[in-house]
Ligand binder design. Structure first.
Ligand code: NAP
Length: 251
């Protein structure tokens, strides 16, 4: 049976998600481009279509169960059964523990963990039916601990446990689950971090690069390249792994 080649990428309006969506489209997937609003997804969808690919803009907050169900159903109806899911949507609400509000804690948990849970629970219905699936979750080097990110670090470590458990539960249905844990990637997210600490982005990147073994910061395409492999059929024996993409080894 030919596998349905439909992928969903969340948080795909910009940054890493946009790069992953474009790469998977280039690989031949019809891509459901999910972000907070349909309008936000337009640029990514236009770029995919211009390059000859197929994409659909879908607005949904991944932490909202109803919106997630509607978004996945829309993709299934319009593009076909989604067999690939990349849980990439993410936010930062950095602060030192003693200054962190409950809202900042809850929002980060909700987007990363509840979002990945809701999306995966919905998409696995199609994957198990198809007898094939690939799930890629975005973790981070911050999972290992990072000052000012007690919420984000806990969420990104949680993504790793979530990934391993999904891999164990869904393996018998032909579904793999892996996590990509990026280091410093040049996106709006790292630009916002620079702004928050009052640094000029170019200098912030330079300082980060100096501490990275390959002496550069990462680009969204560095992550897209690995995602492309992990969702491929030939990656079927790689499951439950956390792969750091950080220009060097992590502790
Ligand atoms: P980004 O540029 O901030 O993009 C994140 C995207 O997710 C945005 O388009 C955002 O939409 C969307 N989003 C936020 N909340 C959402 C929600 N509830 N539902 C749907 N979409 C939502 O971030 P990025 O740097 O590309 O990061 C992508 C992923 O990689 C995140 O999970 C991040 O934690 C992880 N990561 C990034 C780095 C890095 O250095 N950049 C390192 C490690 C891990 P809005 O624009 O409307 O907010």
């Amino acid at each position: 049976m030919t596998q349905s080649r439909v992928a969903i990428v969340t948080g795909a309006a910009r940054g890493i998600g946009a790069a992953v969506a474009k790469r998977l489209a280039k690989d031949g997937f019809a891509v459901g481009v999910v972000d907070l609003t349909e309008d936000n997804c337009k640029d990514t969808v236009a770029a995919i279509k211009e390059a000859g690919g197929t994409a659909l803009a879908v607005g949904a907050d991944v932490s909202n169960a109803e919106q997630v169900t509607a978004a996945v159903t829309t993709v299934a109806d319009r593009l076909g059964a989604p067999t690939v899911l990349v849980n990439n949507a993410g936010i930062l609400r950095d602060n030192l523990l003693f200054k962190m509000s409950e809202d900042d804690w809850d929002m980060v948990m909700n987007v990363h963990l509840r979002g990945a849970f809701l999306m995966t629970r919905e998409v696995q219905k199609y994957q198990t039916q198809e007898g094939f699936g690939r799930i890629v979750n975005l973790s981070s080097t911050s999972a290992l601990g990072n000052r000012g990110q007690v919420n984000y670090s806990a969420a990104k470590a949680g993504m790793q446990g979530f990934t391993k458990t999904v891999a164990i539960e869904l393996g018998k249905f032909g579904v793999t689950a892996n996590a990509i844990a990026p280091g410093f990637i040049e996106t709006d997210m790292t630009a916002a971090t620079a702004a928050r600490v009052g640094a000029e982005f170019d200098q912030f990147k330079e300082a980060a690069a100096a501490a990275i073994p390959v002496r550069r910061v990462g680009q969204p395409d560095d992550i897209a390249a690995l995602a492309s492999f992990l969702v491929s059929e030939e990656a079927g024996f790689v499951s439950g792994q956390v792969i750091y993409v950080a220009g060097g080894p992590q502790d």
